[in-house]
Design a protein. Structure first.
Length: 317
């Protein structure tokens, strides 16, 4: 695709994630805002069954209720931000009616492993397909976590709320990107229904000698997503809510001989846009245009999303 032309984008789903209706303030934690603030993308169409109740004045954008109504348009990128239960049907319509050259689909892709597999089959002829696990596109997060693990970290904890498929999957997707396919998975607590299709439960994922504990909290008590890794050289903590990481070094214990502890003060690194989709669209732009300088160790494809589903399903057994 020539660099001189913008990427014509169709946004499917204009609710919580599409428009950002779940946000307190206007941020790039929505697809609409991320597209509007990136000069390389042009939003040309929005598809949503409740299009009449949206009430947003964007005369340059065609608003429709169905994908069929925009099939006459030239679209480079389709963004699937509708409820997860609609993703498979949306993909079937896309390949038959719109046929974009690239698709960005919201995590977790499908509600189940079987549904995820069907979506993979459906989109197998689409040249470029990525999943919106946004932290996998953030160079600073991926690099810090990679450095931490390369220092010999052997234990970790992911704290999450609001469902294993919905939210724990973020941490799992990041760790699979860095560590590869898990070697062992098992549950360590009974599941508590978070929604009709999702559970909160504690589970353990092992990547060789690295063991990661996933600890669930109730959303009504704490809305949480944070990762903490421990190892022989210190600790690394990433907190999504605070948009920062903290590193503590391993030092000799000030009281006991032959023992070690972590430094009292941590090195704090700000990670702006940690929750936003800014990095996702920056990465997508390069991949769609076929740029040679795209970072090979970032991103999340359908294979990774499928592995996330597989691991969580194994943990529930």
């Amino acid at each position: 695709m020539p660099k001189s032309s913008n990427i014509k984008t169709c946004l499917i789903g204009f609710g919580n994630v599409g428009q950002g209706l779940y946000l307190r303030n206007v941020t790039n934690n929505s697809h609409l805002r991320s597209i509007q603030t990136n000069e390389n993308f042009d939003l040309v169409a929005v598809v949503d069954p409740d299009v009449k109740s949206i009430g947003i004045n964007m005369p340059e954008v065609r608003f429709t209720k169905t994908i069929k109504e925009v099939q006459d348009m030239s679209v480079d990128l389709a963004v699937i931000a509708s409820p997860t239960s609609t993703h498979l049907g949306t993909c079937l319509q896309l390949i038959n009616q719109l046929k974009p050259s690239a698709v960005l689909i919201e995590k977790p892709v499908g509600l189940t492993l079987v549904e995820c597999r069907e979506i993979m089959k459906c989109l197998q002829e689409t040249p470029t397909v990525f999943v919106n696990y946004q932290r996998n596109y953030n160079q600073k997060i991926v690099q810090q976590a990679t450095d931490a693990i390369s220092f010999g970290y052997s234990k970790g904890v992911v704290y999450y709320s609001n469902g294993a498929i919905n939210n724990a999957s973020h941490g799992l997707a990041l760790l699979i990107l860095i560590l590869g396919t898990p070697t062992s998975v098992f549950s360590s607590s009974r599941g508590i229904k978070e929604s009709l299709s999702d559970l909160n439960f504690d589970f353990v994922v092992e990547f060789g000698e690295t063991r990661i504990y996933f600890i669930a909290t109730e959303e009504r008590d704490y809305s949480m997503f944070r990762i903490e890794l421990f190892g022989p050289r210190g600790s690394w903590l990433y907190d999504a809510g605070l948009e920062r990481s903290e590193i503590r070094a391993r030092v000799e214990d000030p009281i006991y001989v032959g023992r070690f502890s972590l430094t009292e003060n941590s090195t704090i690194t700000s990670i702006p846009d940690t929750e936003s989709f800014t990095h996702v669209y920056n990465y997508l732009e390069k991949r769609i245009r076929g740029d040679s300088d795209v970072e090979p160790n970032l991103g999340a494809g359908l294979d990774l999303a499928y592995e996330v589903h597989r691991v969580i399903e194994m943990a529930q057994k």
